[in-house]
Every structure is written in structure tokens, then in C-alpha cells.
Design a protein around this ligand. Structure first.
Ligand code: T46
Length: 135
């Protein structure tokens, strides 16, 4: 069996009578120092996002509310992962085409990234991406 394209990790959660507190920290669930955090929310019904790959960026996706389906493609294989728990994180490295589908109306997808925003790090054309990974 081939190795998964992405790594699902368990986010430590501290629950008590007040509710829950979840932690993503360097050396814990985060294998990189975070330089940027952004979140996707208020996604309209039926909308898909993404349709790009990153050349260098490393990210941790956490769906802190609701659910979303991620479609990943490395140029050869496709994989689909549903994120529907704030106790799960998805570590995603460079060189993967990603699409986000089936957002629930209450979805809040939080992304921790190891670099500041740089449009030059994006490959937004699928054919160009395939050329990039297959040489
Ligand atoms: C990713 C998925 C999960 C900025 O100005 N700064 C930023 O840090 C980001 C992430 C975006 N933007 C601007 C660029 C576009 O004008 O926000 C606009 C929407 O970005 P984009 O079309 O890239 O959004 P998505 O949802 O397709 O992709 C985003 C991230 O770009 C990407 O890194 O992994 O979320």
C-alpha cells in the first residue's frame, strides 16, 4: 500500500466542565514554526476553493467548526480526506494540488503556515502543476 499523501494528526484537547481547549504548538502537533495563520469561513453553498499547489509552503489545516472535504493530488494519485473534528489536523506539505469541497455552512477551516503570503509560491494551473512534479 502506498504512503498517504498527507498526515492526519491528533490535536491535544483539554476538556473539563467548562468545555474544550485545543492546542497546536511547536514540538507538539506542529513540526514547523508558524509565521502566518488564516481561516476560511462563511463559504457559500456549493462553492469549492483551492485549485492550486504550493512550491514550498508547509501547512496544518484544522477544521475548528463544521466540515470540509479536501482533495489532494500529487501528480499521480488522488486522495480525499474529510475534516470534521477540531481534534484532527491535516499536515500538508508542498507539491500537492489541493481542492476544498463540500463546505458545511458552519465550516471554519483554520490554516497554520510556515511562511508569509507569497503569490510566487503558488501554482494555480493544474497542467503546470503536473509538469512541475513530473519534471
Ligand atoms: C490554501 C487554502 C487552504 C492573502 O492576501 N493573504 C493570504 O495569506 C492568503 C491565504 C490569501 N490572500 C489573498 C489572495 C487572494 O486574493 O486572499 C485571496 C483568496 O486566496 P485564495 O484564492 O488563494 O484562497 P483559497 O481558499 O483558494 O486558498 C487558500 C490559501 O491561499 C492556500 O494557501 O492552502 O486556502
Amino acid at each position: 500500500m502506498s504512503a498517504p499523501l498527507v498526515q492526519l494528526v491528533n490535536i491535544p484537547q483539554h476538556g473539563d466542565t467548562r468545555g474544550k481547549l485545543s492546542v497546536a504548538e511547536l514540538g507538539g502537533v506542529l513540526p514547523f514554526a508558524v509565521r502566518r495563520v488564516y481561516w476560511i469561513h462563511g463559504t457559500k453553498l456549493g462553492v469549492s476553493r483551492g485549485f492550486h499547489a504550493h512550491k514550498k509552503l508547509r501547512q496544518l489545516y484544522v477544521c475548528v467548526s463544521g466540515s470540509v472535504r479536501l482533495s489532494l493530488f500529487d501528480g499521480h494519485r488522488e486522495e480525499s480526506v474529510v475534516l470534521d473534528s477540531s481534534a484532527k489536523g491535516l499536515l500538508i506539505g508542498p507539491g500537492l494540488w489541493r481542492e476544498m469541497h463540500d463546505f458545511s455552512p458552519d465550516c471554519v477551516l483554520m490554516v497554520f503556515a510556515d511562511a508569509e503570503y507569497d503569490e510566487a509560491d503558488y501554482i494555480r494551473d493544474r497542467e503546470a502543476f503536473i509538469r512541475h512534479v513530473t519534471g
